[in-house]
Design a protein around this ligand. Structure first.
Ligand code: PBG
Ligand code: ZN
Length: 324
């Protein structure tokens, strides 16, 4: 066969035909919106460098979350900015910590919204590392004990899903058993399973959480961006340890990992379209070099086509409005 019998352009002739044979779509219920909560009242401050994203105090967070829900977005991913940071990240697991307060308010006041919490210590430690540091090195197992405390405190506040972000060995097993011991059997875990050491996180910790590391870097725990087989080993361990949803992060440069992960694990799979990816497109659009809406949808669709079920993105509100 082949040409002239086969003419692939036949089904591209108009929008109707193209829609009929489209293989994948982005839907509003694929989107997860990251939100940043700060202490105080009446605060809604746009995050410099991430236009359209804000630092909210709990009261304002609730208002914004209602709008997010009304756009058809089903879930938010919460990050907290504590009042004070210390060596043991104590506000991360404080009963009245900023995230715990926010979760309680969202679950009480925003019906139908799924609340996911980022479980890590780097926003809460004075040095910006994801756990306890000894001789300049992030110690694994003692940090896990703290992560277990954070996990249980988020779940008790009402988090539907907890998302361990530290890339420590054994974090999922530790969290699952801590939750189960407390009877929190229905709290799900979304692992940041294959999280690469990426400079694309810079806007996040510089502008969003003010948690840049005071020394060193995160390459002793986050993955080397050269590795794909290792990413599959990381994901396999998360699955074995009890992850309900797996994740690849960042998204844009890692779609080979996404495609492999979907094929090999057949698990609910999320991608994190990180701050640096947001900034790249925003900056190009602001400079008049790219058409933001078109490139945004092309990008989000690429995540779905590669195999992602869920997309964590700072573009969630704009995309949802467009998909409405
Ligand atoms: C860790 C965390 C980070 C991001 C999400 N969770 C920063 C890091 O690991 O260094 C980055 C997200 C982004 O860049 O959008 N709590
Ligand atoms: Zn961290």
């Amino acid at each position: 066969m082949g040409f002239p019998t086969q003419r692939l352009r036949r089904l591209r002739r108009n929008q109707t035909l193209r829609s009929m044979v489209r293989e994948c779509d982005v839907n509003r219920d694929d989107l997860i919106y990251p939100m940043f909560v700060v202490h105080g009242r009446g605060i809604k401050r746009e995050i410099k460098g991430l236009p359209g994203n804000y630092h909210h105090s709990v009261d304002q967070l609730v208002e914004e979350a209602k709008q997010v829900r009304d756009l058809g977005i089903l879930a938010v991913l919460l990050f907290g900015i504590p009042e004070k940071k210390d060596a043991n990240a104590s506000e991360a697991y404080a009963e009245n910590g900023i995230v715990q307060q926010a979760v309680r308010a969202l679950k009480r006041e925003v019906e139908g919204l799924t609340v996911i919490t980022d479980v890590c210590l780097c926003e809460y430690t004075e040095h910006g590392h994801c756990g306890i540091i000894e001789n300049g090195y992030l110690v694994n197992d003692r940090s896990l004990e703290l992560l277990a405390k954070v996990t249980v405190s988020h779940a008790k506040a009402g988090a539907d899903i907890v998302a361990p972000a530290a890339m420590l060995d054994g974090q999922i097993r530790t969290m699952r058993s801590a939750l189960d011991q407390d009877g929190l059997i229905d709290t799900a875990i979304m692992g940041y399973s294959a999280k690469f050491a990426s400079k694309l996180y810079d806007p996040f910790f510089k502008q969003c959480t003010h948690s840049a590391v005071a020394f060193g870097d995160k390459r002793t725990h986050q993955m080397d961006f050269s590795n794909s087989d290792e990413a599959m080993r990381e994901i396999a361990l998360d699955v074995e340890e009890g992850a309900d949803i797996i994740m690849v992060k960042p998204a844009l440069f890692y779609l080979d990992i996404v495609a492999r992960a979907k094929a090999e694990f057949k698990m609910p799979l999320a991608v994190y379209n990180v701050s640096g990816e947001y900034v790249m497109l925003k900056a190009a659009a602001e400079a008049g070099r790219l058409d933001e809406a078109s490139v945004r949808m092309e990008m989000l669709t690429a995540f779905k086509r590669a195999g992602a079920d869920l997309i964590i993105t700072y573009f969630a509100k704009e995309a949802a409005r467009e998909l409405h």
